[in-house]
Each structure stands twice: as C-alpha cells, then as structure tokens.
Design a protein around this ligand. Structure first.
Ligand code: MD3
Ligand code: FE
Length: 194
C-alpha cells in the first residue's frame, strides 16, 4: 500500500534522528558475498541491523565496524512505522530493525528479495526522504516484468502479504536535488527481523 506524503509532517524529527544515528553508526558501503562494494551507503538502528559481508547477508545485534550495539530505534520511528502498518491493515507492528539506505548520484540497488527476516507474515514499511527515485517491483521470479513507481520525499510504502517477497530495486537518482538533502535520497525500511 502506497501512502503518499504520510511522513511529511514528521520530516524534521526524522531527519534529526537520522543525523544523530549517523554520528553513532556512520553510513558505510558494505561488501557483498560476490565481492562487490555496494553503491548505496547503509547503516542501521534498533536491536538488529542488516549487514552484508563477504560471507553472506544477515542481521546482527552489533555494528561490525565498531563492535557496539546499533543505536536505539527512536520513538518517532516506531510510531511512524506502526501507524503506517496499521493504515495498511497490520495492527501491532513493532519493528526491531531499521535499515537506513543513502543514495547519491550513481547509487542503485539491483533487483533482490528481502529474505533474511524470520517471519514473512510481518510487513516491511519503507519511508522515502530527499530526492525522488524510480522504484522497480517485479514478481516472485527475477525474470518477471517490472512495474515502476516514483517514490518522493515523505512517501511511505507498506509491503506485506503476497507482495512481501517480490523482487525489487531502485534506479540511479535523476532530477532535481532536494531543498534540504541535496543530491541525496534516504530510505528507511522498518522490519521485524528477529
Ligand atoms: C518490496 N530498499 O532496503 S524500499 C531494501 O528504496 C530496499 O532503499 C529500497 O529494497 C530503497 O531492501 C526499497 C521499498 C521496499 C522495501 C522492502 C521490500 C520494497 C519491498 C520488501 C519486499 C518487497
Ligand atoms: Fe529490499
């Protein structure tokens, strides 16, 4: 379910929380099991954080760069994720992980499925901030044709049920810089991973 502008009223609180988080757990370009460095910068908050290492993808309770636990999930993140999930028919959603992606010119996310979470009955809530991006969503096979959706600052999407395991990706940024974030797009994905 697409909730256009759902996060707009919380913009200031969200961006402030992202800044604080990046002070504690800086954005980094992780290395994939295939040996490539990802073009999207990533960090996490919450009890669990998604990481890619040369050995595989997984959720970890500590930031491997510092050895510290990930920053705590801010209250405004939990509230936003729960209210968006509720609007899409998922009552009681309480994420334990938030992956924060940072796109700059040239960054892209190739088609993938999110399969490292324990329970696929739990939705994923995504929040787009900053520059717009074309989001691609396919089917349950990589080869299925893709639909495209322009995700803009403040948009929230709830991915659940039959859509939860769709292949999806993000094309490189195009268009105008964002007044507040410049040539950057920040995407928050809330997950119940454990
Ligand atoms: C559809 N992030 O972090 S958010 C990711 O814009 C990821 O940064 C993209 O894909 C981004 O894994 C897309 C929208 C999204 C997130 C999770 C999904 C769509 C999804 C899981 C299943 C199906
Ligand atoms: Fe994904």
């Amino acid at each position: 379910m697409l909730l256009r502008g759902f996060a707009l009223s919380m913009e200031a609180a969200l961006l402030h929380a992202v800044d604080e988080m990046c002070d504690q757990a800086p954005m980094r370009n992780m290395v994939t099991p295939g040996g490539h460095r990802m073009s999207v910068g990533m960090t996490n908050c919450g009890d669990l954080g998604w990481i890619s290492t040369p050995h595989g993808y997984r959720y970890a309770s500590k930031d491997p760069e510092s050895g510290n636990p990930w920053p705590a999930m801010p209250e405004c993140f939990l509230q936003l994720a729960a209210s968006a999930a509720q609007a899409a028919g998922f009552d009681g959603f309480r994420p334990d992980a938030c992956l924060i992606n940072c796109y700059e010119p040239g960054s892209r996310l190739t088609l993938h499925q999110d399969k490292n979470e324990r329970d696929f009955a739990q939705p994923i809530v995504s929040v787009s901030l900053g520059m717009s991006a074309v989001f691609q969503f396919g089917g349950l096979k990589r080869s299925a044709p893709c639909g495209k959706l322009l995700l803009e600052h403040g948009d929230v999407v709830v991915w659940g049920r039959e859509d939860r395991l769709r292949f999806h990706g993000v094309l490189p940024l195009k268009g105008e810089p964002h007044p507040r974030l410049g040539e950057r797009r920040i995407n928050l994905t809330f997950r119940k991973a454990g």
